[in-house]
Design a protein around this ligand. Structure first.
Ligand SMILES: [Ca+2]
Length: 345
């Protein structure tokens, strides 16, 4: 027998988006209670599967017996729901940078780069992705592989899949991907550790990312992103490549002497390569001569001190890194660490 995972009480059926084409039942605010007195969660979403039968039917690649074994062993982590439910506050750049791209991070990155120089060069050449950038991503994700997370991935994904309605669809998919990954690797699901959100190994890949984009960098037939530097570096490089990285392309440049009103407006637009440099020049933005009119770019700004901003153009390779982590601050930090490692060679 499967234990009942998610007793759900429908708190209200008020729909805040009547113009939506979605089934209105998908816009239901719900309160999830569990037997373990977990914090009540109210979100405008629906759990894609409310019981194990539904979930198992959606994931027939794993047998019911295997799922039963998994659910009998997995633990609910209330602390994870509490952590992920905290309102997110966007930190200004001047605080984010202290934690993520300071001199310590660059110094450690320089050491990592020097100690693994041949390996990084080989992988950078193979994928056409700058070795400093690959290194910087491992640096910001896990301090170059030192801190890869101590939560059991099985517990994290199960908890978020069934007790965090806001992202249930995403985490239920990841839970299915995780069990498939374990089956493909012939590994016990409870042998993997990672972040509280289920990100794994030196590059902090989610299970779906692992299955799609992880690479074996040392030729032993196993993409070991947990313990093997070559595999971790190759996997990051491959991720960037398949998400549009262009060899030798620009990541970001600062821009100066501009109409701040226009720049502020443009920096509010979504992160996308929807404009060309020509478009931006036609809007009156001063962009250095050497940038080609046809290159694609967008404007972003960083709060460098309270109410003080610097303005930048993000190019194609900025966007490729942004696909790794949807945060402009993250990408800018990666570019700074990479530049610091490059400068220290
Ligand atoms: Ca390997």
């Amino acid at each position: 027998m499967f234990k009942k995972l998610i007793p759900i009480i429908i708190a209200t059926t008020i729909c805040a988006c009547s113009s939506s084409q979605q089934n209105t039942s998908q816009d239901t605010s719900r309160t999830v209670n569990t037997n373990s007195n977990i914090a009540e969660i109210t979100q405008e979403t629906i759990l894609p599967c409310e019981d194990t039968n539904c979930f198992i039917q959606r994931h027939p690649e794993i047998s019911p017996n295997e799922w039963e074994d998994f659910f009998s062993r997995v633990q609910l982590r209330e602390d994870i729901v509490k952590t992920i439910s905290r309102p997110s506050t966007s930190r200004p750049w001047y605080k984010f940078a202290q934690d993520n791209s300071g001199t310590h991070r660059i110094k450690n990155g320089t050491n990592f780069y020097k100690n693994n120089y041949q390996l990084i060069q080989r992988i950078a050449q193979e994928y056409g992705v700058d070795g400093e950038v690959i290194t910087a991503i491992l640096g910001i994700e896990t301090n170059y592989g030192k801190y890869t997370g101590s939560f059991k991935v099985a517990d994290s994904l199960h908890t978020l899949a069934f007790y965090f309605p806001k992202r249930a669809e995403f985490f239920q998919d990841e839970l299915g991907e995780f069990l498939l990954m374990c089956k493909e690797l012939n590994r016990d699901p409870f042998s993997f550790s990672g972040s509280y959100a289920g990100a794994m190994g030196m590059p902090q890949f989610m299970p779906s990312s692992y299955r799609k984009w992880a690479k074996d960098g040392d030729g032993d037939g196993f993409a070991d992103i947990w313990n093997n530097k070559a595999d971790a570096l190759a996997s990051v490089a491959n991720y960037l490549l398949v998400h549009g990285w262009q060899k030798g392309g620009r990541i970001t440049i600062p821009i100066y002497d501009n109409n701040l009103f226009i720049l502020d407006e443009l920096s509010e637009e979504k992160t996308a390569l929807s404009r060309t440099v020509r478009d931006l020049r036609n809007l009156g933005i001063n962009i250095p001569q050497e940038i080609d009119d046809n290159e694609r770019a967008f404007v972003y700004r960083l709060e460098t001190a309270p109410d003080t901003f610097s303005y930048h153009l993000g190019f194609n390779n900025f966007y490729a890194i942004w696909k790794y982590n949807n945060s402009r601050l993250y990408v800018h930090a990666v570019s700074q660490i990479a530049a610091g490692i490059y400068a220290n060679q």
